[in-house]
Design a binder for this molecule. Sequence first.
Ligand code: ZN
Length: 410
Amino acid sequence: MKFKTLFVITSILFGSSVNAGWSSGGGELLRDTRNPWFLSNTDTVKYCVKVDQPNFSLSEQQILNKVARAFEYWKREFTFANRIDYTGFDSRLATQDFVLSDCDSADIKFQFGYLEEEQFEYLKNPKKFVGVAVRTSYDRVHLRGKGFIYVSPDRGPLKPDFQYMNEGIWSTFDGNLLKLAVIHELGHVFGISHDTSSLVMAEDFLQSVLGWFGHQGKSKHAESSMELNYFRSAAENQVSDLGFCVMPQPAQDVQMPVIASKSAALIAKRFFGIPTSVDNLMCVYFEFKGGKLRVYYGESSEGSSSSVDVTKLSLAGQMQLGNRLKGIVSLGSTISVYVNEAQKVIPAHMISSDQVYLAYKSSNYVYKGAYVAEGSGKRRPLAVTVTSDGIQSLTGVLDGQLYVDLPSGE
Ligand SMILES: [Zn+2]
């Protein structure tokens, strides 16, 4: 990631004596503070939403929608990841019913620009955060947590000073930046620590997102544009379909990264059957969904306003669909649950130490088939390697020659 951490999202917060049981996001020293807030014994989780509407550019209804989508994201994420069972204990993360309720009985309070006095004191300087998840109590018998997720407002005195935290930023991109913020914080609720190998659970994820979106139209740097499109894809829930570069939205003005070289462009054109009338092929975007590969391509002129021509080609032929695709977090890291003698959730015989590891792993899948270009009807052998981060490689045969990485022409 290009942008350095300019300020912390979820830093180590040491509770004052007033709220000694509180803990937040990443990096605590206390043993069970990273436990998932809910395990298999919890069927229903209540949540509420509070918004400081004058200082928040999205309406409560829009926010409720984004929160619901963030829950869906994690449900899907955990469903698609392979669970590696060390214990025989059915951890069932994010399988609960998440039910909207009043804040008095809520397990998770989502607070958008809104803080109670004691929360304010605990965070000390809320302007340091784009978002933060704070667990305020933990039931050590039933291994069940309660707490709040705070997301900073995009107007008013509590708006962070971070350079890309522009006024009204939450309402840009259909409010999907906010969804990404909630996704990150919910990841902590489900017990995931910061993880540099992951996109959404990287420590600087939120400011990276803000940075790249805030940078839009200003940067002529291909790499940041690529990242922007990556995040845009994520924001639009095309998380399983991430390609290498250009966005699938022809209406938007975006600087597109150039394809690796002229010769690579030529190979891509021929392989994918991109019309020869496309003189200035700048970018090829691949979407892979349900075993089907779609190729979009774009032509770009000089300057910051690019015209993008998007054409759809389809992949025909038989694909081996071994597994479903997964989202953008790489659940390679282990989620640990510290247990104690009083707990009644994890059977004693499954516990060899005071810690139980719940591992969710995503892996590579190779899909094989033949690419049939529209128009010419030529069939070309193609293998698509996919991980949780999207397409990893496209390997194909063109005129008897094997290309290990088609987009780079190698
Ligand atoms: Zn975090």
